[in-house]
Ligand binder design. Structure first.
Ligand SMILES: C[S@@+](CC[C@H](N)C(=O)[O-])C[C@H]1O[C@@H](n2cnc3c(N)ncnc32)[C@H](O)[C@@H]1O
Length: 376
């Protein structure tokens, strides 16, 4: 990973752009819903950076805070009750962001509702940033420090709040077993001691680095899910290194709202590897070589789950979604997988009135009959 000072002009810039896109593309629909329901809404970015990043040719690009101001300029009616809170431990980053924001055309519209501060966020102080109104929280440190999972649970449990946070897997993984106890304290602080010890125990079963990664991520996502009542929804977006087939970091979405999860999946699906054309992954889509193009795991799961049964397309989608709440699939994935299953005679589809469904269609209300497992 780059040294912090190099961050804004190193080869991670494409990852930074995708990260910004995820936040900004999610924030607009979040505002559409929450700004109509609550008298005040917020956006809280505690590791805000200087407001720009620079590519190898020296060109500057606006980063997340300025893209949020673009939204204010484009939708003044939607953002008239929006409060923005930015913070960065580096005073020069906070100052640079202030200068860039003051030059933005939206500044006069919102300047009375913006705070820009420079404090070091830590697990001891992060809760003091929780606002008394619904807000989207974006926690984007270089590593994974400055908060605990318990803090994240507290943020998300509050009405209307959603969260996107950065997890530097490439640092977290080796630091779990680091020989220096001070460094080992960091993953332990993030997880909590009981969870940290349970993870250490589970990791004894890991024989390869990919097994280790599966155990670590399952442990983390499960812990975050259990933080809600009845549960939180967790949607991770995985970033691979551009030159190696290895995970660099994750942007993780946490919410208690199933509709919010649906929206973030659509946002992330628009940015996943096959569309971005780069080296970033969005979980199982990159797997190859199964029965069903691109989504063989989904095809197999649907076939196993619903073998011998008849149900509406929308109930297939909802049923699978309930059984696999962490899966990354969007409606388009389900429908294209159902069409592939139909093309291979794993199922038949008819309209509710018994008429045929054209081959390129898969309407929500159509009735799907899955072949029994032993018929295939
Ligand atoms: C990855 S950058 C943030 C990038 C920003 N989110 C964006 O989209 O442009 C991380 C920032 O966190 C700041 N930072 C690191 N540790 C911090 C801490 N404990 N409290 C507050 N800010 C911190 C760094 O100075 C740096 O500007």
């Amino acid at each position: 990973m780059p040294a912090p000072d190099d961050f804004f002009d190193d080869s991670q810039r494409l990852a930074s752009k995708i990260k910004t896109e995820i936040v900004v593309k999610y924030f607009k629909p979040w505002l559409d819903i929450l700004a109509r329901r609550a008298p005040k809404v917020g956006y809280v970015d505690l590791f805000c950076g200087p407001g720009k990043f620079v590519n190898e040719a020296g060109q500057e690009f606006p980063s997340t805070p300025l893209r949020i101001l673009d939204l204010v300029a484009q939708h003044p009616e939607l953002t008239s009750t929006l409060y923005l809170h930015f913070n960065d431990a580096e005073a020069r980053h906070a100052a640079s962001l202030r200068t860039a924001m003051e030059a933005h055309p939206a500044w006069p519209l919102i300047c009375r509702r913006v705070t820009i501060s420079s404090q070091r966020v830590s697990a001891e102080t992060v809760r003091s940033w929780i606002q008394p109104y619904p807000a989207l929280y974006f926690l984007d440190p270089f590593g994974y420090g400055g908060f605990t999972f318990e803090d994240l649970d507290t943020i998300v449990r509050q009405h209307g709040n959603d969260l996107l946070f950065f997890l530097n897997y490439n640092r977290f993984n080796p630091e779990l077993n680091h020989q220096n106890p001070l460094i080992r304290r960091q993953p332990e602080t993030l997880l909590g001691t009981t969870s940290y010890e349970a993870l250490q125990h589970s990791l004894q079963a890991a024989a390869t680095s990919s097994q280790r990664q599966a155990i670590i991520t399952d442990h983390i996502w499960s812990q975050l899910e259990r933080g809600g009542a009845p549960q939180h929804y967790v949607v991770p977006f995985e970033f691979k290194f551009s030159d190696r087939d290895r995970t660099s970091h994750y942007i993780v979405f946490v919410s208690k709202n199933a509709n919010a999860r649906k929206i973030i999946r659509e946002v992330m699906a628009g940015l996943r590897t096959d569309r971005a054309g780069g080296s970033f992954e969005f979980n199982p889509h990159a797997l190859q070589g199964g029965l069903f193009d691109g989504h063989f795991r989904l095809g197999d799961e649907l076939h196993r789950m619903f073998a011998g049964r008849t149900l509406a397309v929308q109930d297939v989608i909802a049923g699978h979604d309930r059984a696999f709440p962490r899966s990354p699939y969007v409606e388009k994935d389900y429908k294209s997988t159902l069409k592939q299953l139909r093309d291979r005679d794993y199922l038949t589809v008819i309209k509710p009135d018994g008429k045929a469904v054209p081959r390129n269609q898969m309407p929500d209300t159509a009735l799907v009959t899955f072949a029994a497992l032993n018929q295939r």
